[in-house]
Design a protein around this ligand. Sequence first.
Ligand code: SF4
Length: 192
Amino acid sequence: MNVGLTNHKITQALERISKAVRVLLWEESKKYGISPIQIQILIFCLSHKLEMLKVSFLAKEFDLTKPTISDSVKVLIKKELLKKIPDMYDSRSYSIALTQKGRNIAKKTSYFTNSLVAAVGSIDNDLQGAFLKNLLHIIHKLNKDDVISIQRMCLTCYHYNNENNEHFCGLLNRELQNQELQIDCPEHKIPS
Ligand code: SF4
């Protein structure tokens, strides 16, 4: 029996999980009559700082072109789910923010991965830590190979150090367990 290469099988498994995420996102999308990327923009707005809520930043975040994001933002503004916040220092620039209606939808849809969260939660806690560490390693490699854009995670952070094969956050000034590694840290700093 050809058992296949493990790295290929893991890649196939990741594809299946990615498909599950797409299916769950489509279900939410149909419920609210907006596209999957529009749902993702609303959810992103829920938990990120205003300075990140610009078309150019979102384009990098979702690895899409600025016109694609700009079109989605226009639709969301028209549907009164987002509003424009003008930039005080640059009249041509603006950020976006959720309206109350947009916030309500973002909160409800932000649970779209619940079934996946529950499935991962059924794995033993130590294994979850090792799983997270290895997934971050894969994401880091994809980032280094320019497949995906910069990630706000420990492995790409100025404050991160892993001498002696241990994770250390210079900002918190302490060691981090695998389970504490961040994938979207508000304090992430790009190394200079
Ligand atoms: S600041 Fe955040 S991303 Fe950076 S090392 Fe510390 S916990 Fe990780």
